[in-house]
Design a binder for this molecule. Sequence first.
Ligand SMILES: [Zn+2]
Length: 143
Amino acid sequence: MRQSYRTRRIALPPRYREFRPRGVPARNMNPVSLSVDEYEAVRLADYAKLEHQEAAECMHISRSTFTRLVEKARGRIATAIIEGRSLIVRGGNVEFERTIRRCRHCGEEEAVPILHRTEHCRGCGSDDLEDLAETAGTETARD
Ligand SMILES: [Zn+2]
């Protein structure tokens, strides 16, 4: 498992990583990137409604780092929705507590420990599974 002083702890990989404004041609979307740690900051502060101190502890960072992170994230989301740009969640120096395995055949999702081996979808039995922690971790581009 990767570990460094800058690694941010993320509970689960994001289930949705790309958002597009309706009616804007793809070539004009000029995507905004939201890193996975920025996504997690918004999830903890604005969705789960945690205090910054508590959220910072979840991510294993200081409260001041958390506050800067969530402000940066809100700015990026605001830019995307005001300017009609697509929003892509990717990258960041992160470590996931658990992962989600999603069936490419039927869409069934299961949250499991990182090292848990999932051979088949519990919904349809397919072995064509996407590990969202792995695919989120491989998209490392930053804007
Ligand atoms: Zn399935």
